[in-house]
Design a protein around this ligand. Structure first.
Ligand SMILES: Cc1cc2nc3c(=O)[nH]c(=O)nc-3n(C[C@H](O)[C@H](O)[C@H](O)COP(=O)(O)OP(=O)(O)OC[C@H]3O[C@@H](n4cnc5c(N)ncnc54)[C@H](O)[C@@H]3O)c2cc1C
Length: 348
């Protein structure tokens, strides 16, 4: 049995925590993940409605880095990722125009959270477990959840929660890490969803199979058709409506029902004139209080995209590198490699 000094607890089973866990697990290093959510995925999660699955967070992810490119190839081979969207539009005053660029974009299939579920296979993951505080005892870490249960002992603790939530956990133990968390600004975002009993009407000048549209400054920034995503052909018509970050900030404390109505009205206004949008059979909104880092931690002297203290407290996630799924994955992967290498030095 491994000694507690070699075991790692990871708080947060979003893409960063999972990338870190996967790297350690695949190298034979014991790791246990904890997440307050019902399943893994974090900001890549999806919601089940009757007859539809809607993505609430990231709608797609782009690929720039070589290592991430290889990972995405593996996911494609495993069938949990596919290129999307293939038809992207830009709403303008003069009408909708096709948007084309050279960026490769992908989505989880049959839903965004499938990527996280794939990464979590074979890992020790406790869901519905919100860690409230950490305790240090005899050079080991214990995790205390909101039910008062103690989990441990662990040799180290990785926190991949958004930086404001990570700050609350590290502050009693490490003021330097807490200060680093405070410097990262995570901005909020509202996402609404609308489910329709009939297909959306044809839009003049726009292909009937349009998949997603970007919008100019205003309440909305991006709208995607969930039933036009790979692997979801049999579900009914539904939209994910993502608000602009500025608008989300200005409307942060509004009621979800009111937000959903406003975002749907903004979409109606962005449709080519003369288009009649049917009344949705289900409409709702989800608030991401910490959606995307606006100011993320700049690399230290050695340009690290994670933080690691001598006492074994570590931080990773998008806030330590940049505002995308790819950044979060790279941050978790790099931290996992550093911890794995340290383990192999101490227990060759
Ligand atoms: C609306 C929206 C749209 C986006 N659009 C895009 C996009 O188009 N392209 C793109 O690349 N990126 C996009 N992003 C950003 C992308 O989703 C994130 O950068 C990425 O998913 C962050 O992953 P993470 O693992 O760092 O954090 P998270 O996914 O937030 O994971 C952290 C996990 O920690 C858990 N947690 C927090 N506190 C605790 C606790 N105390 N105890 C236990 N568990 C805890 C949470 O439940 C969560 O699962 C979007 C994000 C949002 C919200």
């Amino acid at each position: 049995m491994p000694s507690s000094s070699a075991t790692t607890a990871i708080i947060g089973a979003g893409i960063a925590g999972l990338a870190c866990a996967r790297t350690l697990h695949d190298a034979g290093c014991p790791v246990t993940l904890f997440d307050k959510g019902r399943g893994p995925g974090g900001r890549m999660s999806s919601r089940h409605l009757p007859d539809a699955v809607v993505d609430l967070g990231a709608q797609f992810f782009s690929v720039r880095d070589h290592a991430f490119h290889q990972q995405v190839n593996d996911w494609q081979n495993a069938g949990c990722v596919a290129p999307w969207p293939q038809t992207l539009w830009q709403a303008e005053d003069a009408g909708w125009q096709p948007h084309r660029d050279a960026l490769e974009r992908f989505i989880g299939t049959p839903r965004m959270s499938s990527v996280a579920r794939h990464l979590a296979q074979g890992l020790n993951l406790a869901t519905d477990t919100r860690i409230e505080r950490l305790e240090r005892e005899a050079k080991c870490w214990w995790l205390i959840d909101t039910q008062g249960e103690r989990h441990g002992p662990f040799g180290r603790v990785v926190i991949s929660a958004p930086s404001p939530q990570a700050q609350a956990l590290v502050a009693p133990h490490d003021s330097a890490l807490a200060e680093a968390c405070e410097a990262v600004i995570q901005r909020p975002c509202w996402t609404a969803w609308a489910r329709f009993e009939t297909p959306l009407p044809s839009l003049p000048g726009v292909d009937d199979d349009w998949q997603a549209v970007r919008l100019p400054p205003g309440p909305l920034r991006f709208v995607s058709r969930n039933d036009h995503k790979p692997g979801r052909g049999s579900q009914g018509e539904s939209l994910s409506l993502l608000a602009h970050l500025e608008w989300s900030e200005a409307n942060l404390e509004a009621k979800p029902d009111a937000i959903a109505e406003l975002l749907l009205a903004a979409f109606r206004a962005a449709l080519p004139s003369g288009t009649h949008l049917p009344k949705p059979s289900a409409l709702g909104a989800h608030r991401w209080r910490y959606a995307q880092p606006d100011v993320f931690a700049q690399g230290e002297a050695v340009n690290r995209d994670y933080r690691l203290s001598p006492e074994g407290l570590a931080l990773c996630g998008d806030g330590w590198r940049g505002p995308r799924v790819e950044d979060a994955w790279l941050s978790g992967r790099h931290l996992g490699e550093a911890l794995r290498d340290a383990d192999q030095r101490h227990h060759p």
